[in-house]
Design a protein around this ligand. Structure first.
Ligand code: SF4
Length: 343
């Protein structure tokens, strides 16, 4: 049965970041001895091969739109490092994409709004904002960033309604959930997205990362119980989890790993990730893939090569169809069993 969910293409437009968050592992790519954060930039080639041009990306996006994708999400690295991020958003609007989102750490957002007296045609800004505690925030992000990010959100909220705080739920931090949501609602955020901690148990998964996951993972049910204590007036299902409204009207989205879609290739995948396939991604080298991980089994294509030889539409169509038609399954217990994890 076809599911009527709308689909965003997730596009990494910068292969590096201007923060140094402790949880950001990327693919362990390095410049000198510094690890380069680029968690969602799932390239098939080394960084030294360079990045695709904006013109090439926009040509690819026209074909994504043609096959049925109707939203884009800019990611990275930090997407605002790419000077043309605003041009990409406005061009996506011209192509016809109705949802135009950016996931940013917020460091450059306020500066941009002041310099341009506004924002491009964005529909949602998602800001990685794990805690409202200044010291913890600065520790997590590896710098003195709290005031800049909070000011950025306040400034940007004058120009756009939909700014969402992204927070990864951790067992150790459950106690401050109420204070966190209150801070968000009073400082320019329209909603918060409480995300499950994700594990990618590939060959790079260290013992420390494994132990961290086991000790800190919070399932949606526990998040929901904490939200009920804060006063829930409504809960409904959305694409990756649930949408919950609190008694003060603040909207909270929460991801839920028990809803995933998998291809046959997932069954033999050594990673067997927690998320499964949930959208299509374009990396900064033009790689197009559905795996949320560098070492997964789902096939990836060279977007530029396909664009040049005229096969991109033919290659993308089955990806789009597979998102719409593959049935959901609860593979979370399989994921735990396969990796001998008890949470
Ligand atoms: S093939 Fe990709 S989406 Fe499927 S389980 Fe492996 S990493 Fe995850």
């Amino acid at each position: 049965m076809k599911r009527e969910f709308e689909r965003n293409v997730r596009i990494a437009i910068a292969p590096i970041c201007n923060m140094n968050c402790i949880y950001c592992v990327g693919d362990n790519r390095k410049i000198g001895n510094r690890r380069v954060a680029a968690m969602e930039d799932i390239r098939n080639t080394p960084l030294s091969c360079g990045c695709i041009s904006t013109a090439q990306l926009l040509e690819m996006l026209k074909i994504f739109y043609k096959v049925g994708f109707n939203g884009i999400s800019l990611t990275g690295g930090e997407p605002m490092i790419n000077d043309e991020w605003d041009y990409i958003i406005d061009s996506a609007a011209d192509i016809g994409f109705t949802r135009r989102e950016i996931t940013t750490n917020g460091l450059l957002l306020g500066k941009y709004c002041i310099a341009h007296k506004g924002l491009p045609k964005l529909t949602t800004i998602k800001v990685s904002f794990d805690t409202a505690d200044k010291d913890s925030f600065n520790t997590i992000t590896g710098g003195n960033n709290f005031d800049t990010v909070v000011n950025s959100v306040r400034i940007a909220s004058k120009y756009i309604e939909n700014i969402r705080a992204n927070r990864v739920m951790l067992k150790d931090k459950m106690d401050d959930l109420g204070d966190y949501l209150e801070f968000c609602s009073e400082n320019g955020f329209a909603s918060a997205n409480l995300m499950e901690l994700y594990a990618y148990p590939d060959e790079n998964w260290s013992v420390e990362e494994r132990n961290f996951f086991i000790s800190q993972y919070v399932p949606y049910q526990k998040t929901y119980e904490a939200l009920v204590e804060l006063g829930v007036i409504d809960e409904s299902r959305h694409r990756y989890g649930h949408s919950v409204q609190l008694h003060n009207g603040f909207k909270v989205l929460a991801t839920d790993s028990t809803y995933t879609i998998r291809d046959a290739e997932c069954k033999s995948c050594k990673v067997f990730c927690q998320q499964g396939k949930f959208t299509v991604r374009i990396a900064t080298d033009g790689t197009i893939t559905m795996c949320p991980n560098f070492n997964g089994n789902l096939y990836s294509i060279n977007g530029i090569e396909c664009l040049e030889n005229g096969t991109l539409e033919k290659k993308l169509q089955p990806m789009f169809e597979s998102l719409a038609y593959t049935p959901e399954e609860n593979a979370f217990q399989d994921f735990l069993d396969r990796h001998h994890i008890e949470v």
